[in-house]
Design a protein around this ligand. Sequence first.
Ligand code: MCN
Length: 766
Amino acid sequence: MHSDAHAPFKRKEDRRLVTGHGLYTADRKFAGQLHAVFLRSDRAHADIVALNIEAARNMRGVHGVFTAADSLRAGMNQLLHMLTLKGSDGETMRLPPRSAFADGRVRFVGEPVAMVVADSILAGLDALEAIEVEYKDLPHVVDAEKALVSGAPQIHECAPGNMAWVAEAGDAAAVDAAIASAATVIKLRVDSTRVIPNPMEPRTCAATYDAARDHYEVYSTTQGVNMMKKQISVAAGVREDQLTIHAQDVGGSFGNRSAQYPEHCAVMLAAKALGRPICWTGTRSECLASDYHGRSNLIEGQLALDANGKFTAIRLDWIADMGAFLTSAGTSSHTRNPVVLLTGVYKIPALHGRWRVAFTNTSPIAAYRGAGRPDVNYIIERLGAEAAARLGLDPADLRRRNLIAAADFPYKTPTGSVYEATDVPGSLEKAVALADWAGFSKRRAASEASGRLRGIGMATFVENTGAGIFPKDQIDIEVDAQGVVHAYTVAHAQGQGHETTFAQIVADAMGLDIETVFLHEGAPDRTLIGNHTGGSRSLVGAGSVCKLAGLKLVEVARSAAAVQFDTEPSQIDYRAGTLTDRASGKATTLTELANRPEGLKTQAEATIGSTFPTGCHIAEVEIDIETGATELLSYVAVDDCGYAVNHTIVEGQVHGGIVQGLGQVFGEKAIYDEQTGQLMTGSFMDYTMPRAGLLKHAVIEENCVPSKINSLGAKGVGESGCTGSLSAVSNAMADALRPLGVPPMDMPFTPSRVWHAINAASGSAR
Ligand code: MCN
């Protein structure tokens, strides 16, 4: 039975996951395991004058206490950075060294200083209390803009002025000229706020060491074992063949689990030193402070328009906060992705962008769902909305004047990106109809009559899915003795449903029932080349190779059947697992062929680049003037994800992405206190996660144009919801508040901030 992309069916992984039979890293139990707990810096910037671990080391139940002295001695002195780029100032990106523990100086609250390994977590926590650290406080800076001001506290010797690197793209002179002759220039400064990813499963890792083989097994919450192996190998100073990385179920990630963490090295260090398995699981507060954070981009934008409302130039001046250290790909997601998308979905002849990438005394920043794409879309779309308001134009009409027409694809942008075929104008018209855009003024009048502010906001967007760091994606595929098909991949879902969709692809390619196909992710015992899950590239990459693998396996089976029936492969008909010799009518099956001594297996591979998903999202909000509380009344998303393998999962991905964006729009914001450098949002009492009920009514539709770069015709979808929702909802908020004279404000639109903005604008503090 072929799987029908339109017929909803249950996810294969859910039987395991919703019945409590998932195997998450912390579920693993090792004979003789010990527990690690970390002493973390309680200050933003300080020299470690003295560190006394003797008392802790001698406490009951304690097996060891580890510090930077141990990790440096073991050759752990630099986390890997995947991309070291040359900046527009001619300087290479500055890469401050980082070991498993702070080496003589702490640079953010939450940085590991020491690790106790004990029989139990409680014994370890008791021993942490006995560690004496003498600090000499240093001046700190937690704000990226202030960190770049001359005279700011210096965080790393190797990075003068706290600058990690500077990048530029586009033509500054062309933009100057276009702005000088523009009929209208809109200027806006936005803050794509710092957020903390917060997967449901806290960050955790475990390590065992086999002295006989000089080999580590590392168990971790990760987005892909290959990339993690490369990073840990460099950071821990061990060869890749000395490492096996395991992960089965991973309870969410949102981008912050593709990079390696110091804790990986720390548990490996202890596993070798003590000859026992070492396990660590972060507490929620520990993760809030020490997990890699996301976004934190301050962007000044200028949009120039001619007298007909056509965009003539855009300029972005961008400060990307990287926190205290560079993560493996954090800088590129905040610079490379926005450069690729600098034009948005519009025809804009002149572009220029400058990115200053700064160090601050805060937790490092890594990719976070969208990885720079929601941020660049946020500034472009907010500029567009302000322009429409200034010119008295319908925002949909302003877009119609400027969108790249469907006939103009593939479209080469002035910064050299080539967008593949899509249909943003079509998505806009579909979204406008679904949202009853034309009927909004009536609805607004009704809200006004009941003393409420109503606003509507639109975002049109394009994204680039990740091209991948490894050169190709390989899939192993084989049939077992029972006729069950097994596919093996490096990609690793953390909730995206690959076990279902990838199995669906193989089943479709081979004409089999999806129940007879199983996907194995991570596959540590195979030497497959392939990319981790990230940049919404898994389906486009590994997923499309699953199709090639299924088709190739049928051909391998056809050849085997031809040998058996002494004929040519072309004479063998294949249908739903049965192979028939057209001339003799003799038949065999995949199962029978698999039971030959040589079995039935093959490997497929392909090198797949970026796809360019697009979309148009529309949000409608209503604000209670008395309290500043906002209700999201409706949300319409029309996305082009190319061929959709599984509509239910696509819808779930878009829905999840929208809600993740709503979190940032309405509440989430990591706040460091300027005076003390302390993380003020260190628990769920202070850090506002989105709640069920925030998105009551969402219409999620597709307007798909197949991609030409992969065998499925698919484009990625995992991040689109986030990319559209920041802009659409913020524009709706701005639209609701504009009639009261509230100037453009930034996320998060909490009741308190909205209430204060309304009252400041009306000049009557209530
Ligand atoms: N899909 C489909 N048809 C398409 C596109 C995708 O059926 N045309 C399906 C895929 O087969 C897959 C899912 O949708 O089951 C997402 O596919 P894809 O867009 O390729 O994204 P990835 O699988 O590479 O997932 C990464 C992406 C990113 S970058 C983040 S961050 C993210 C996200 O997905 N983090 C998530 N979604 C998440 N969902 C959950 N539950 N948890 C996370 O941590």
